[in-house]
Design a protein around this ligand. Structure first.
Ligand SMILES: [Zn+2]
Length: 875
């Protein structure tokens, strides 16, 4: 039997909370320990998602202070919940309180008397999302203790807080990942791999990037959480709870570090600072050392759950130092460091007034910090109940008024779009975020701009103005420096998220206000967005334009159904070159409808046979390379392929040696992955290989023999599609090892010159790309396009020798390279190839210098991936 050991801090803390649990406490309310057999937070013990939820459901059945509501489903089908914790009187009138939240959040014109009543009757709703990153187990593990304490306490002070506040605790933001991590931990407990990271992504697709999805809302769990704050419950305060590395401060609380988003109202920053200061003070009072603020985490980029701050929610994150899942670590004092902006040294300072001295650090310690933090946030919300409710409505008024008083006033999306399917998707996405979207009912003229009936108009005069502005405009990074003329404060994450640019939708910013235009607007309804397809009885083929991403959905469905598909090599009527013809053949009307229903655009109907020559489209057999190294880009690629109905088989590095690549695949896709992980099974830091802690079966690289097979696959007529770091496998020639030796190399007329370029930094920006016209790979794309780039690789090609060839498909242009975001040293990228096609024998490679499917958020360049998959063989 394992001994249950808790850190002394946790014991101390639990004692304070439970002091007031008197004999009156309800005996049927069982403690977490009595249910799980251990106190959550104990060394080497974890509760899984089912156990967590079962406990909370039992608690809800026994206590009138806890109510569990189902709010949606995770990507792998687990039910997601919110645990509402509050005074019974509040839980009895949740619907009424929800209505008050909505009025305060969205109604800028509440009469003063009524507003006073709403503020009097309303409660602060405090949404906390726990452990979205599944390796960061402590927040979810803490909830049973916290919820139990809230259910049994008789402390009048805490009961008063529960009267002021309705807690909305999401027990686990990522239930699928939680179970994966707990299962992995249990499997390797007591082995040398105890506490190792999960070898794959802890999510159906995106792993850690689930915290990068709150603008594009591609994943089901993201949509469930976003709806809680944007369109369902309108909480006034939101906290997302994370963990970080082991060797810095113990806990991060707001305020964040610069830069901050300039579109966000100043009041939101000062309110998050109020919560942060109270956290620092309360946690210190609980005897917890090492709380830091104004450090590392900036608040510039939207995409995390904190994106709710752009919608008027006082929103922030907390981060606790980690142990190894549930296994304690010992941190030597000399291993502690400041790591990054706001804390150059690990020393006493205003951002870290009481540094932790080092020592043992366990899950129990983290749980103690979490419990203290949850308590403190509740106390602050309670203390400022009326002010917070008033602030929310003040902000609503202010944003609506700002939208009337200062430019920009509207973003207009004309009906005529290159890819109307993406405009429809953008409108639906905006509505999902709770943004008001209108359409013009008649023609209108604003300044030089002539608008047509049906054009989409997004007004800035609305409660979520800051969000609308942020995601509809192009980004200019707020450059801030540590000292005047000194070093620039670098961004924490990417710097571009402009939805029109990323989705390839034409959007016009209007800086002139027009009351005429406003009088012609009506809200876009679901019916307006509905595409009804009435198939004629007589049909020779369905045709789809190459310009629309949706066309490819229909095409992949048709190929899967065994239908014959061809492409126009030249424009045909209104259809541009590369457009698709799906032959009806012997298909019934229902079978054709099933194909057409895949795409949310209307096809062209070709009723009788046409005789123009068509290029046949084969159904590609695709291998998708995914390592076990938390390979998020591969996960996003799986998401893209699943969304577009593209079949594929995942290839792990160790599969290459034994696989029949030539027999089983036409195309092998290498998403972004380190060349060192692919070929050595290790990361390289500077000049040193670093072994990961995964069990060895998850660290196997592509062997020399496997690389040889890959070369044979290519030269024998296979297609490789590659972007990001994995292009490094192909920019130094193709290896042809013989009998385990290095052997010859097939030289290719392309190399990566990014290491030769000095001073280039692209943290993630949207850059202009000039594409060559009339090429198979660029069919459907504009010649002047934009693409998401992280700066590397940058290609140089050369005159081909032997049986090879190359074609530069895209270049970074000489002028106006930066479309959105931040870049340093852009002159070094100008006029360089950013996308290259290469031939070696009968084989073909498509190498991208930009990220054509970055985090599922760049539909503007999806077609380049799809065309690569459909590349016809070399004759
Ligand atoms: Zn995290």
């Amino acid at each position: 039997m394992k001994t249950v050991r808790l850190s002394s801090i946790l014991l101390l803390f639990c004692a304070t909370l439970s002091t007031f649990a008197t004999a009156q406490s309800k005996s049927e309310i069982r403690s977490p320990e009595s249910v799980f057999g251990f106190v959550p937070g104990s060394d080497r013990q974890l509760v899984d998602y089912g156990e967590l939820v079962d406990y909370l459901l039992e608690l809800a059945a026994a206590s009138d202070r806890v109510e569990m509501r189902e709010v949606g489903e995770s990507p792998l089908g687990r039910t997601m919940y919110v645990a509402f914790i509050s005074a019974p009187e509040n839980l009895k009138r949740l619907d009424e309180l929800q209505e008050i939240n909505k009025r305060l959040a969205l109604d800028p014109a509440i009469p003063p008397d009524e507003r006073a009543d709403l503020v009097r009757d309303g409660r602060v709703f405090l949404l906390e999302t726990l452990s979205m990153h599944s390796g960061e187990v402590a927040p979810s593990q803490s909830l049973p203790i916290f919820a139990h304490d809230m259910a049994i306490t008789e402390d009048p002070e805490i009961l008063g807080r529960l009267n002021d506040v309705v807690l909305m605790m999401v027990p686990c933001h990522n239930p699928d990942g939680m179970d994966m991590v707990v299962e992995h931990y249990r499997e390797y407990l007591g082995t040398p791999f105890e506490g190792s990271r999960l070898p794959r992504v802890y999510h159906k697709y995106v792993g850690h990037d689930n915290n990068r999805d709150f603008v594009t809302l591609t994943q089901e769990d993201t949509r469930v959480i976003a709806a809680l704050y944007s369109t369902e419950w309108y909480p006034q305060v939101m906290v997302e709870k994370h963990q970080m590395g082991s060797t810095g401060p113990r806990y991060f609380v707001p305020p964040n570090h610069d830069p901050i988003a300039e579109n966000v109202d100043e009041g939101l920053w000062t309110w998050s600072a109020v919560f942060g200061s109270n956290l620092s003070r309360d946690m210190a009072a609980d005897g917890l050392q090492g709380v830091a603020s104004h450090w590392v985490f900036d608040d510039y980029w939207p995409g995390s759950t904190e994106t709710s701050i752009y919608m008027g929610v006082i929103s922030f994150l907390t981060e606790a130092a980690s142990c190894r899942t549930a296994t304690p670590v010992f941190v030597e004092p000399t291993e502690l460091s400041g790591r990054g902006k706001g804390l150059a040294e690990y020393k006493k300072g205003v951002n870290l007034p009481d540094p932790w001295p080092g020592g043992k650090w366990s899950l129990g310690d983290i749980v103690a910090f979490e419990l203290s933090s949850m308590e403190s946030i509740l106390a602050t919300a309670s203390r400022h109940r009326a002010e917070i409710l008033e602030f929310r409505n003040d902000l609503c008024r202010k944003e609506v008024e700002k939208g009337r008083a200062e430019a920009p006033y509207y973003f207009v999306m004309p009906q005529q779009q290159r890819d109307p399917g993406e405009m429809g998707a953008l409108v639906r996405l905006l509505q999902r975020h709770g943004v008001e979207v209108d359409r013009l009912t008649a023609e209108a003229v604003v300044g030089d701009l002539h608008l047509s009936a049906g054009d989409i108009v997004v007004r800035l005069s609305q409660p979520y103005r800051a969000f609308v502005k942020e995601i509809m405009e192009s980004q200019r990074y707020p450059e801030r420096h540590y000292t005047p003329g000194g070093e620039l404060i670098a961004p924490y994450d990417i710097t571009s998220w402009s939805l029109p640019l990323h989705m390839g939708v034409r959007s016009i910013q209007v800086d002139t206000r027009s009351e005429d235009l406003e009088s012609l607007l009506e809200p876009v309804t679901a019916k307006d967005l509905l595409v009804e397809i009435a198939l004629p009885d007589k049909l020779w083929a369905l045709a789809y334009p190459s310009t629309s991403n949706q066309s490819y959905k229909a095409v992949f469905a048709a190929l899967k159904a065994g239908r014959k598909v061809g492409r126009f090599t030249h424009p045909f009527g209104s259809l541009p070159a590369g457009s698709f013809v799906i032959h009806a053949g012997s298909a019934t009307k229902d079978e054709l409808r099933a194909i057409a229903d895949q795409a949310s655009i209307e096809p062209h109907f070709i009723e009788s046979e046409i005789t123009v020559p068509l290029m046949p489209v084969r159904s590609p057999r695709i291998g998708l390379v995914e390592t076990y190294f938390h390979d998020m880009d591969a996960g996003w690629t799986r998401y893209l392929f699943d969304t577009y109905g593209i079949g594929y088989r995942v290839l792990h590095p160790e599969d290459f040696e034994g696989a029949d690549l030539k027999g089983d695949f036409d195309v092998i896709v290498f998403p972004d992955a380190s060349k060192d992980v692919l070929t050595q099974g290790k990361y390289k830091r500077f000049d040193r290989y670093v072994t990961n802690d995964y069990p060895p079966q998850f660290r196997k690289p592509i062997s020399k023999k496997g690389l040889g097979k890959l070369t044979e696959f290519i030269t024998g007529g296979g297609v490789v599609v590659s972007w990001g770091e994995s292009t490094g496998l192909f920019t130094e020639g193709l290896p042809m090892p013989k009998n385990g030796e290095e052997g010859e190399t097939v030289e290719l007329p392309v190399r990566d010159v990014s290491e030769e370029l000095k001073g280039v930094s692209v943290p993630g920006a949207f850059l202009a790309v000039d594409l060559i016209p009339d090429h198979f790979l660029t069919w459907g794309m504009p010649e002047k396009a934009g693409a998401f780039s992280r700066g590397t690789p940058v290609f140089a090609t050369s005159i081909p020798v032997l049986d090879t060839d190359r074609r530069v498909i895209g270049i970074y242009p000489e002028r106006d390279l930066l479309l959105s975001g931040f870049i340093e040293g852009q002159e070094q990228l100008q006029n360089r190839p950013s996308m290259v096609w290469v031939r070696a024998g009968k084989g073909q490679l498509v190498l991208f210098g930009f990220r054509p499917q970055f985090r599922g958020s760049t539909p503007a360049t999806f077609k380049l991936v799809f065309n690569s998959l459909l590349l016809p063989p070399v004759n």
